[in-house]
Design a protein around this ligand. Structure first.
Ligand SMILES: Cc1cc2nc3c(=O)[nH]c(=O)nc-3n(C[C@H](O)[C@H](O)[C@H](O)COP(=O)(O)OP(=O)(O)OC[C@H]3O[C@@H](n4cnc5c(N)ncnc54)[C@H](O)[C@@H]3O)c2cc1C
Length: 461
């Protein structure tokens, strides 16, 4: 597809749609919007616009559509697959100024927000009312970016992913048309589910400008558990058996010895450098939680755990989660000057041990340093593979190992990406994962965005 570029004429057009100071072609602003948190090669937009309303976005898209200028929406830029990077140049629409909470529908456990609201801020505000938006990617993500990536996090196991909380959306289509999809009703069988279509579309179909989210009541009681094993096999077997009990932990995270070592060095903690499970359980009373923990302990003991620490208080629990959230930074800290290939596969639970086993053997046999962690209870395997760009052979081998792990997960009935989205990095696996139905996705994209201006170069080649 041949794209138009942003000339002085378009800049002045944009300045007539939004306030002139909301249009920036300055070096530093363009540089700030040239990369997310992934290792993908930087690419600068020609201009960054900070819109304040759907109407303004509609005006910008009309111009862009007519002139075939690429448009890439931007939340907080915390993606890990190059999702918000403007790889064909053009316009970045930075949504941070559309950050108002528009309506609090507490009676319905719902809230209407603009896309630039940061989910942590939303949760801080609603904690006082005993409500929260559970998907929790850890980074400073915006609700718009979370909806567009269908993000999830450590509590998805019990509470679901972002898609499970999106009730209504307002979207500006590439033509400038403003549409509303979804319903405030808890259930609906009314036609195609367009909310789900836009959720996870990574800004490739339109710009999300309003979101109605369902909220969940905060748990009354919680307890945290830390377990250490001597082998990865024992840990992954325990994960599978715990999930088979019918008890749903709020969180069940797996971290291998390499990850713990990196965290200890980065956060100055003294955790055992052994395969570890961090778990959290939520319930309406303490007696029920105690019963659940009894069963969990039995399972871990039968799989040879050598340390089982339950009933961890709030302070220690917060410290554990802080350590878990620091994994990405801890890996970077331990491997300065290196790139980190992030694996985000997910597989059916019964295949989780197999997926992890394959990933370990693949990295060990190829001599690639790998860190294994992730939301194990949801079958989600994260891995950081260390890639040394100063050693071309090693870099190639690391990429090969990463590709083999993703393909294996797909062959096990899983997916290339459990939560980070396709972006640039996972496009190469889409045909293997979706086969002929990838063509249907392309047709949907063409229907809504015939000139391919919305976030080009993502999801598809
Ligand atoms: C340390 C770390 C840990 C992470 N852990 C997790 C995790 O546990 N789970 C998880 O899911 N993710 C995780 N992530 C990835 C990332 O935080 C999430 O994908 C998050 O949803 C991105 O939100 P953002 O606001 O930064 O969006 P961006 O990265 O800015 O954008 C994400 C995508 O959404 C599009 N977009 C943004 N706003 C809009 C809009 N209004 N309309 C249409 N499209 C839009 C962009 O074009 C892009 O394709 C992690 C990232 C880091 C750095």
């Amino acid at each position: 597809m041949a794209y138009g570029s942003v000339t002085a004429q378009e800049i002045s057009l944009f300045k007539s749609i939004v306030a002139p100071e909301k249009v920036s072609a300055g070096e530093s602003v363009r540089e700030l919007h040239s990369r997310d948190e992934s290792f993908h090669k930087r690419c600068r937009p020609e201009v960054v616009i900070f819109p304040g309303s759907s109407k303004e976005i509609s005006g910008i898209l009309k111009v862009a559509n007519e002139k075939r200028i690429p448009v890439t929406p931007w939340g907080a830029g915390t993606s890990l697959e190059g999702n918000p990077m403007p790889c064909m140049g053009g316009i970045v629409l930075d949504m941070q100024e559309m950050n108002r909470i528009l309506e609090e529908r507490e009676g319905d456990f719902q809230v209407v927000v603009e896309p630039g609201v940061v989910y942590k801020e939303l949760n801080k505000k609603f904690a006082k009312k005993g409500l929260f938006f559970p998907p929790d990617p850890g980074a400073g993500a915006t609700i718009g970016g979370m909806v567009a990536n269908n993000a999830s996090g450590i509590q998805t196991l019990k509470y679901g992913a972002t898609k499970d909380y999106v009730m209504r959306l307002e979207v500006v289509l590439p033509t400038g048309e403003i549409i509303r999809v979804g319903s405030n009703a808890v259930k609906s069988s009314s036609g195609y589910d367009l909310c789900r279509l836009f959720t996870g579309s990574e800004g490739t179909l339109g710009v999300i400008t309003q979101i109605t989210l369902r909220l969940a009541p905060l748990p009354l009681h919680f307890t945290a558990v830390l377990v250490n094993f001597n082998s990865v096999e024992d840990a992954t077997q325990s994960i599978y058996q715990i999930m088979c009990t019918g008890i749903t932990p709020a969180a069940l995270e797996f971290l291998d010895g390499n990850v713990i070592e990196a965290i200890n060095a980065f956060k100055n903690t003294q955790l055992e450098t052994k395969p570890t499970l961090f778990m959290e359980f939520h319930g309406s009373n303490e007696a029920g939680l105690k019963e659940e923990l009894f069963l969990i302990e039995e399972i871990c003991a039968s799989n040879n755990c050598f340390l089982y620490e339950a009933g961890i208080g709030r302070e220690e629990r917060d410290r554990l989660w802080e350590a878990r959230y620091a994994t990405f930074e801890a890996m970077k800290n331990a491997n300065r000057g290196m790139e980190i290939i992030i694996i985000d596969t997910a597989a059916p639970l019964s295949r989780y041990p197999q997926m992890v086993d394959f990933a370990r053997k693949e990295t060990i046999s190829k001599g690639v340093k790998g860190y294994i962690f992730g939301h194990a209870g949801s079958g989600n395997l994260h891995m950081g593979l260390i890639k040394d760009n100063n050693d071309l052979k090693q870099a190639e081998t690391a990429m090969e190992a990463g590709d083999a792990i993703v393909r294996r997960a797909i062959d096990l009935g899983g997916t290339a990406t459990g939560e980070h989205g396709v972006g640039i990095g996972k496009r190469k696996f889409m045909s293997h994962e979706h086969g002929v139905s990838l063509e249907i996705m392309k047709r949907i994209k063409f229907l809504l965005d015939p000139h391919g201006i919305m976030n080009p170069g993502k999801i598809f080649f």
